[in-house]
Design a protein around this ligand. Sequence first.
Ligand SMILES: *Cc1c(COP(=O)(O)O)cnc(C)c1O
Length: 428
Amino acid sequence: MKEVIPTPPPIVRNDVAAIQALFQKHVVPSYGRFDLVLSHGSGSYVWDVTGKRYLDLGAGIAVCALGHAHPAITEAFVEQSRRLVHVSNLYYHEPQGRLAEAIVKLLAPGKVFFCNSGAEANEGLFKLARKFGHSEGRFEILTAHNSFHGRTLAGIAATGQEKVKKGFEPLVAGFRHIPYNDLEAVRKAISPSTVAVLIEGVQGEGGITPASPDYLLGLRELCHERNMLLLMDGVQDGHFRTGRFQSFQRLMEGAPNGKPFLPDGLSMAKSLGGGFPIGAFWVREPYADLLGPGTHASTFGGTPLGCAVALKVLQVIERERLEGNARRVGDYLKIELSRFVEKTPSVFKAARGLGLMIGIELATGIPAFAKEAKIASIQFVNRLHAAGLLTIPAGSHVVRLLPPLNLSLSEAEEGLRIIERVALDLSA
Ligand SMILES: *Cc1c(COP(=O)(O)O)cnc(C)c1O
């Protein structure tokens, strides 16, 4: 295939300050951005406009499942865009049908709705739940403390973190929060209006906290008993990141004698398009037709281009057995990071996670961080940037690794060496 994007010349083509000035002047300042101005990427590496190379263990917050500029993805883009980029959902087309089929095969009998982001996928689940409970006047959805479900109005109402809600009151009604991994708390919180529970299998923004298999099984039973929907937000922990398609499948490997577990609805986005914005939710068989014609829609949802790219991402993951890689390289990273925790307790408190979804919890009161007002996670991430590594902060004390699923062992080792060097520096 012809090369589509020419290799950038090895000179500084853009001035960092000039690009940042464009943002200051013209972009709504809703993000706290790091100082880097990125230019291009290849595999697990990205380069900034000054030519500095970084190992990217953030992958665009768990989005670039195959790393940057994967040739198969480029090819899918080119091939599909030559045929049909967009047609609207007034018509049928093959890629959307095929992608829905692939997702159903990976989960269980049911159907899929396509949208463009994680927040939108969750919105679909909220509407599904409301439709389900509507004739009985039930509408309330229970979600967990420290959860994250997106930045739309319903998303911030669903999210169990005060910081996303502040300044946007009054909040969308019908959400209440319960402590995570506490089945009794759910049981007690159920009111006559409650219609669903929504949780993440592994809390991502909350700092990489997995649900226990007992909690999931307990929720399943409870929701069944009380005729409530059990909904899962698989936006960050899904798409083979934990070593299985969905985190609950990996978590259930630890359940007593392989008890079956299935949620009633599941949202997806982030890695689904490997960098192309596409979201989806899957809904289990008996509820799959609840959202009938005219009840829900998205202009851009499930375009031929987005679906063709997502199908290609799935094909590459399967062909290259990347779920096994996520498990293997993830285990290696976690074991090595746990060693760091033992070796430098003044810097690291814990390492946790599943597969390539890893959280490193920093110790409190790292002396070198006292000089700056910035929270510890940001200061640590900044030091990693200086050393050539991209990672993602979560809250004040957790740094996340959410690398591409095809990260190699030697790249993982390179990342570990950088983290180790920065930590030794801090403990000196
Ligand atoms: C990122 C994320 C979302 C929101 O996804 P967007 O694509 O940013 O709307 C929702 N839930 C979880 C668990 C996420 O990590």
